[in-house]
Ligand binder design. Structure first.
Ligand SMILES: [Zn+2]
Length: 144
C-alpha cells in the first residue's frame, strides 16, 4: 500500500491510499479520485509521499530526508491517519479482523495490538493489515 497526499482544485488536502503507484496513476488519469470534501476530481499529488510496509518490511520514501527521518515522518503521519480513521479494538484486533474477514462483523477500519502468533495467523488467513512500529519503543529492525 502507498499513501499520497493529494489536493483538489479548491486546495483541500487529503490522503488517499492505493495498492501501488501504478494504481494511483491509473485512477488519477481516469478521474476516479475525488476530493472527499467537495467531490472535485481534478486531483493533484503533492510532492511528498510515503509508502508503508506490509508484514514488518519497512519502506520509506522521502525527498531530502534521511532514511530515519523519513521513517519517523511516515510513522507520525500514519499514526495520525490511523487514529482519525480507525476504531481501537485493543487486544481484540486479531479476533475482530478474523470476524470481519469471515463476514461475522461489518467491515470497518480497526486498530489494535496482536501477538506475533496472531499476526502470523492473520497472514496465513490472507488478511491484510498494517503493522506500525511504536515510535517510543524501538524494536530490533535487523538492519545490516
Ligand atoms: Zn475539494
Amino acid at each position: 500500500m502507498i499513501a499520497f497526499d493529494l489536493f483538489c482544485e479548491n486546495d483541500h488536502v487529503f490522503e488517499a491510499w492505493f495498492k501501488d503507484r501504478d494504481t494511483y496513476e491509473e485512477q488519477s488519469r481516469r478521474g476516479l479520485i475525488e476530493c472527499p470534501i467537495c467531490g472535485n476530481n481534478n486531483i493533484k499529488k503533492r510532492p511528498s509521499q510515503f509508502a508503508i510496509m506490509k508484514g514488518g518490511k519497512r519502506e520509506a520514501q522521502g525527498e531530502g530526508l534521511s532514511e530515519r527521518d523519513a521513517a519517523i515522518e511516515v510513522l507520525k503521519r500514519i499514526h495520525s491517519y490511523v487514529m482519525k480513521n480507525t476504531e481501537d479494538v485493543g487486544t481484540k484486533f486479531a479476533e475482530t479482523a478474523l470476524k470481519m474477514h469471515y463476514g461475522v462483523l461489518e467491515p470497518k477500519n480497526i486498530r489494535g495490538v496482536a501477538t506475533e502468533e496472531q499476526e502470523k495467523m492473520l497472514q496465513d488467513e490472507g488478511i491484510d493489515f498494517f503493522k506500525l512500529p511504536v515510535l517510543s519503543k524501538q524494536r530490533g529492525e535487523g538492519d545490516s
